[in-house]
Design a protein around this ligand. Sequence first.
Ligand code: SAH
Length: 250
Amino acid sequence: MIKKPADSTCVCPAVLPSNVLTKPMVAGMTVCMKEEPKKYGHWRREMVENQILSRGVRDPDVLKAMATVPRHLFVSEALVDSAYGDFPLPIGEGQTISQPYIIAEMTQALELKGHERVLEIGTGSGYQAAILAQIAYKVYTIERNNTLFLQTRKLFDSLKYHNIVTRYSDGTQGWKAESPFDAIIVTAGGQQIPPPLVDQLAVGGRLVIPVGGHMSQELIKLEKTEDGVRTYNLGGCRFVKLIGQHGWDG
Ligand code: SAH
């Protein structure tokens, strides 16, 4: 585990071509990895180059976050050496952490610049929230499974992710008291876009969610404008079920 508190002077390993490294981290915190074994930095570089850059993700902040966040700390000890593979992994309670490329693609679709307040539905392992927290100003994340909620809250504290706020509830109802959000990401799939999430999205904001059946979904990006909403289909995907009032039955 990372023992030192986050240190703004920490120089994270140079992992990407210089054109994607020139922009400083806009907001959030930078996890210092001076103490981690070298192999993890190497695996992250390979992950970014072979799985993410190669498939067309170009947002420098997303690439930098993916190259920085220690994904191996968000999976169980038995899976640490598989953490940077090109596949999803089990995180307990029948849930999964998405394949790195999908996480990069969804994060890029949110078009974050650094000032945003982002809502995530489905905290799970906390990895997606940690990626968001590297880029955005503040992350609000909701989990309906109490075991994962408690476990991940502890992890955020130990890794000093001070700009992540957690909540144990049904995320299909959103987080009204903290709305509107500049961006919303749902990391579980439902049959429809939960109406409260559209209501709680700021005008000018982006929402990304897998929508479809049990077995497969389409990744939908929704933009909210003065005139209404526009949706785009980003392609097929497969996520665990979004369970709740505006999702599947539990
Ligand atoms: N973002 C997570 C992905 C976890 S899998 C990560 O990076 O690891 C999806 C998660 O969504 C599961 O933990 C599941 O319990 C949670 N979930 C499903 N329906 C939910 C709901 N209505 N509200 C909040 N969380 C939900």
